[in-house]
Design a protein around this ligand. Sequence first.
Ligand SMILES: Cc1cc2nc3c(=O)[nH]c(=O)nc-3n(C[C@H](O)[C@H](O)[C@H](O)COP(=O)(O)O)c2cc1C
Length: 240
Amino acid sequence: MDTTKDFKMDEIQAIEARHSVRRFTKKPVEGSVRKQLEDAVCQANEEAGLHIQLVCDEPNAFTSLLARYGKFDKVENYIALVGPKSRDLDELCGYFGERLVLLAQRLGLNTCWVGGTFSRRKTACEIAKGEKLVAVIALGYGISDGVSSKSKMLSELCNTHGLAMPDWFKRGMEAAMLAPTALNQQHFIFTLGRDREEVICQSTGGPFSNVDLGIVEYHFEVASGHKVSGSAVERLRSRG
Ligand SMILES: Cc1cc2nc3c(=O)[nH]c(=O)nc-3n(C[C@H](O)[C@H](O)[C@H](O)COP(=O)(O)O)c2cc1C
């Protein structure tokens, strides 16, 4: 299958173009676009031991008052972020979920992370014993591409010990600043080690802050080409 024809942009362009979109058209997610999302979900599950599920043509999770209050309309497709309970689950869902968000954006779809304003009970996914539904990602063809959100200043979101910032670190930070976070709280801080090589990222608290942590780490790694140390993904990779 020729999949390259489906890509509208590269991953960095997707970081720049992505905004939360909560209202969708009735156009179904189908054909090779759907197949690529399904394959990417399988790959994430294999890599991270998660139980992420793509649910299509299912309106019930977003028909409650809560969802309408959250300004959602015609959400009939979503990704359910499910996995075995562990201290790293939220962060892994953030990291691998955002990888799927950027793929969806590259395929011409729009998305919105949703932790609160949907019906967990009506979400059509399988949650096995010992697993948890962390959040969902609504997706589809949006009625618009959304708008930019206000961001904190770069200096509020990182610490370089007063030293000049390497270009790669700045690129990573700019991408992290464009990342979605719950309530747009941006409760994270990246620290560049005194060796000018090691980077760590910490959450400063708040609802879904570990999911946010995984999301911003993914943006940082894509744009900077540098891995974040001490992350859930690093622990996953070190276990082989
Ligand atoms: C973990 C997480 C949970 C979220 N939960 C909700 C939600 O329950 N309802 C909602 O309308 N938006 C939700 N959002 C979307 C954020 O409000 C949005 O990402 C933020 O305001 C920044 O806007 P942007 O995504 O357009 O950059 C959530 C985002 C994240 C990352």
